[in-house]
Design a protein around this ligand. Sequence first.
Ligand SMILES: N[C@@H](CCC(=O)N[C@@H](CS)C(=O)NCC(=O)O)C(=O)O
Length: 222
Amino acid sequence: MPAFTLYGFHGSTNSDRVRLTLAEGGFTDYELVLVNLHRGEQKSEENLKRNPWGKIPVIAFPEGFTLYESRAICKYLAKKYSFPLLPPDSDIEATALFDQAQSTETLYFAEPAGKIAFEKFVKRLLGLPCNDAVVSDAVRSIEVFFDVAERLLQQNEYMAGKDFTLVDIYYIPLIQRLFACGYGDFILGREAISAWWDRCVNRPAIQKMLAADKGAAVAARN
Ligand SMILES: N[C@@H](CCC(=O)N[C@@H](CS)C(=O)NCC(=O)O)C(=O)O
């Protein structure tokens, strides 16, 4: 029996955050159960028992422990299975810098990037019109974010300091979505950001998972 079940879905950026963490940790002893967002299965009674907010991802262990919120899941899994993706608890300064970077990602990056992804990607899939005012606002915020991040990454190799951590993984799915929506220049147009992005996506486990997902998406379309 696998150690736990991950409830997720293809193309779900929040599920991919967890899958990338597991890939980077080299952990394969889990079962991925698809919750079909197109059919609204995330709002089923069964999923609402796992996550009262009616969303994915969720992880559930046979013993009963269940957890939702992608970043909390990633952090829990990294601690439980000792993935070298977090500063040691004993180093309180490094831990504080990690928390600072995590907060920055969630509030200053994921907030506007999520809006762009929703307006330009999800709405297109749902056949809904894009709200251009929301996109313009989000683009303005994200430009500010990337300008500051560019200066920070001129001093540090990674978002939380000199080491690759979970925070770097947190960025990957939404940055991929920005590329898919035609905003790759946010990254490629900034030297330090672009170099950081290459360092992240050229990590063997991450490269392997992204290539496999791309292959599966192409196969599903044909
Ligand atoms: N903050 C949550 C966001 C979860 C979330 O919004 N998941 C999306 C899929 S990527 C979802 O379930 N959307 C369906 C819905 O909101 O009904 C996390 O980090 O896990």
